[in-house]
Design a protein. Structure first.
Length: 535
């Protein structure tokens, strides 16, 4: 009998002895009169809890955590509750003390079942709602149905292994867990002399390179030595690895800030790295329903990078510019499907920019912004001399603004479309100089791409034996051309301030929008969600 029929009949039978119940399709189900008192009590207890109602409705209201038969299931849940911090989750969320001291009866059944539902939900889609963390987080979590997962746990030959398999299987999740469990010790032995502050680049030579080498080698960042006083390429690579490990810009130049970290003047072993990892683990759980092994575009906002991943391996990487830190200009987080490469695009100026930034300038001088056309509702260009800009407000302005295709177009010569209601996309830009900056948060929310032609050719490679020629023909046309991506390519705009590189080493990035703290506060809050239990 279906879940809703069982719960409906049980709940109504208490007062009436018999009832007709709709299962949602309009069908009437025959009443059942032989519920035991225990079944009725269980049905009433879980009726308001969707995950538990689905599970117990599917198994005929049978307790599963009682007596000797439920011992292996209880022990499995006790073990993973204790291990919750390995996932960056608060142990008290799973009430380990109560699990340890409660065995039989309805209270025990509900305690273990509730903990199981919570654990499975957390592992397969995160403990927090992404959209509650930031109003710029639009991620839709693809969590599997929890009721069937609960049933599969009950039937599993190895319950502990089953539970551990519910966490994201992606190598990045494992690398983050490893880093959280045993962060690399970055404290240099005190007997080593400090390295003098300087700015060391490849090709420079001096005695100060010697203590720099020694201090790096003492914590596992040694480099092959050809000339001990030469700051060579191998040493630069070692410095870059160290910089990434402590959260500095990994440019391979040993400047004063890097040397202060290395000398211990700035503590590189504080808890900030662990906090970034905890936030990253939750973000990975939000992505648990996405196929991150399949071909996709991955834009990590704090890293200022976009890459194509195929078969779990990075096959393309480019620098990007993202939205400004100002709240209304930040690049949002979400996933979608990239459908088109648009060559020689026109720029339809977003209305927010038109009325907030451009209309005041047009009121002062109707000939301002001469590179933009004023366009009516039908798409026709309107002569500026025929418009009294001064009569309009931001709310009443009836026109749009548009820029013709060309090298000076704000979108450059190519953009990458994944239609979404926030009007966010990737695109080229004439402002190439910005890609040389370490911090690259300058846009109005869209993502500017450092190597857009290479990205276009890489994306088109699945549908053409000569993607370069296909792209070039469209470019040479000097007209706006929409090239359909077949198949479409998933795109993930993500926000990881800690994430492993190709070698598995965790790299740390500046929290440019300040979004980590909201996750950490949320996880602190759910640590208190333990029915008043003190752990």
């Amino acid at each position: 009998m279906s879940l809703f029929a069982l719960l409906g009949l049980a709940g109504s039978a208490v007062g009436q002895g018999a009832v007709q119940v709709s299962a949602g399709s309009g069908a009437l189900l025959s009443p059942r009169l032989n519920f035991s008192a225990a079944e009725m009590e269980l049905a009433q207890a879980v009726a308001g809890q969707p995950y538990l109602a689905e599970f117990y409705g599917g198994n005929g209201l049978k307790p599963v955590f009682q007596g000797a038969e439920g011992r292996a299931l209880r022990e499995a849940l006790r073990r993973v509750a204790v291990d919750a911090p390995q996932h960056g989750l608060p142990r008290s969320r799973y009430r380990p003390t109560a699990l340890k001291t409660t065995e039989n009866g309805l209270r025990a059944e509900l305690l273990f079942a509730g903990m199981l539902a919570r654990y499975l939900s957390d592992m397969t889609g995160g403990a927090l709602d992404p959209q509650s963390v930031s109003d710029q987080n639009h991620r839709q979590v693809r969590r599997p149905a929890i009721g069937p997962l609960m049933a599969a746990f009950v039937d599993a030959a190895y319950p502990v292994a089953f539970l551990r398999q519910q966490a994201p299987a992606h190598p990045a999740y494992t690398a983050l867990q490893d880093a959280l469990a045993g962060p690399r010790k970055l404290t240099v032995p005190t007997h080593l002399p400090p390295a003098p502050e300087a700015v060391w680049r490849v090709g420079m030579r001096g005695k100060g390179v010697l203590p720099l080498r020694d201090r790096l080698a003492s914590i596992g960042f040694g480099a092959e030595v050809a000339d001990p006083m030469l700051y060579d390429a191998a040493l630069s690579i070692a410095v870059s690895r160290y910089q990434g490990a402590v959260g500095l810009s990994a440019d391979g130049i040993a400047g004063p800030n890097t040397i202060r970290y290395l000398n211990g003047d700035i503590d590189a072993t504080t808890d900030w790295r662990s906090r970034k990892i905890v936030a990253a683990l939750e973000r990975m759980r939000w992505l648990g329903g996405e196929d991150l092994e399949a071909r996709h575009v991955w834009v990590n906002i704090p890293e200022y990078s976009a890459r194509i991943v195929d078969g779990g391996a990075e096959v393309f990487n480019t620098r990007v510019v993202v939205g400004k830190a100002e709240a209304r200009l930040q690049t949002p987080e979400f996933s979608d499907s990239m459908e088109y490469v648009v060559v020689n695009p026109r720029w339809n100026v977003p209305r927010s920019i038109t009325v907030r930034e451009y209309l005041p300038r047009l009121k002062a001088n109707r000939h301002a912004l001469s590179h933009l056309d004023v366009v009516d509702g039908r798409g026709g260009v309107v002569a500026r001399g025929s418009i009294d800009f001064g009569r309009y407000t931001a709310a009443s302005f009836p026109y749009r603004m548009r820029q013709k295709p060309g090298p000076s177009n704000a979108l450059g010569l190519v953009k990458f479309i994944f239609p979404n209601r926030w009007n966010i996309y990737l695109h080229d830009t004439p402002s190439k100089h910005l890609f040389g900056n370490r911090t690259r948060a300058y846009s109005h929310g869209c993502v500017r791409v450092g190597d857009p032609f290479d990205l276009a050719r890489a994306l088109l490679s699945r549908q053409s034996s000569d993607p370069a020629a296909l792209f070039q023909r469209a470019l040479d046309s000097d007209r706006e051309r929409w090239l359909k991506l077949t198949p479409e390519v998933p795109v993930h705009l993500v926000y990881f301030t800690a994430y492993p590189d190709k070698s598995g080493r965790i790299r740390y990035f500046e929290d440019v929008y300040g979004r980590d703290d909201a996750i950490l506060r949320g996880l602190d809050a759910i640590a208190l969600d333990s029915a008043g239990e003190s752990e």
